[in-house]
Design a protein around this ligand. Sequence first.
Ligand SMILES: Cc1ncc(COP(=O)(O)O)c(C=O)c1O
Length: 341
Amino acid sequence: MKLFDLRSDTITKPTQAMRKAMYEAEVGDDVYREDPTTNRLEQMGAELSGKERSLFVSSGSMGNLISLYINGGRSNEILAAANSHIIQHEIGSVAAIAGALPIGLEAPRGILNSSLLEGKVKQGAYDMATTTLVEVENTIGGFCYPLENLEEIKDFSDSHNLLVHMDGARIFNAQIATGISVKTYAKYADTLTFCLSKGLGAPVGSLLCGNKTFIDKALTIRKMLGGGIRQSGILAAAGIYALEHHVDRLQEDHAHAKAIAATLGKTGWAQVDLEGVQTNIIFFTVKGYTAKDIVKQLETIGILANNEGNLVRLVTNLDLNDEDTDSVCKLLSSFTPGKQS
Ligand SMILES: Cc1ncc(COP(=O)(O)O)c(C=O)c1O
């Protein structure tokens, strides 16, 4: 039985062309800042984000952690949506390593605004933590952050002496879906991470972007965390290839997600949030079943899904083509919950 892996867009394998670019990469010792391929990737990251510098880090989690370590900080608080990746999926590193207390704010789809932030900022009291930073995630659950919210959050932050970090793990999906450039999104954040290893299909790596002073500090913290990779050019080459060849094609992943969501919408058994499917992530529920039950049942018909709390999650990706998408839609159309277990 053919398996269609829709658990995440992180499951993709490097293409032959990407592997060739990795094989041929010119390298040096990046801890000495002598790796030409890594330097080139970091230059691309700075240009794409419109920030002074960018730094190649092993993962999105490491990029977020470094930013929260520097700009969040011990005995401080950071504000973020309760469903954000840094709160739900980074194993408490913001508290355990960065030393900051994350305050999770309940927000529809995880999209914050100034009235949600109002009253949450603590500053100037010796017996309380100090709020130093607001974290936003774009996309969040596949939903693109509205620009007006980002603008409002940045204005609020500037007027309350707070910095903004954007977890842009999938920001290129947002760029492709909305036509708003990464650079424009980045204007509303002091620091930004984006992942090369999600929809863009590289095997590893993220770029952390910010001004020169921030990136100088980030270099030290990356080393402290064990993230100094010596001949990192082999990995950076995959990132360069991904940025040069895999950005525009994200629209295919989005079209596949919309087709799958529309199919689910017609089944009668799935409650799918069609409006929320703006990029490559689909969430749905099935009455009478837990998300875990449905994930197990879908596996028996060849569809690998994931559950996020009580939601079933499907993520389209580089390894799923038009034909595969048709097959997934057919499998879902003929699926009846409960019959498989
Ligand atoms: C929104 C978001 N941020 C950050 C990360 C962390 O990325 P990594 O797995 O590279 O640590 C992920 C990973 O799935 C993510 O979805």
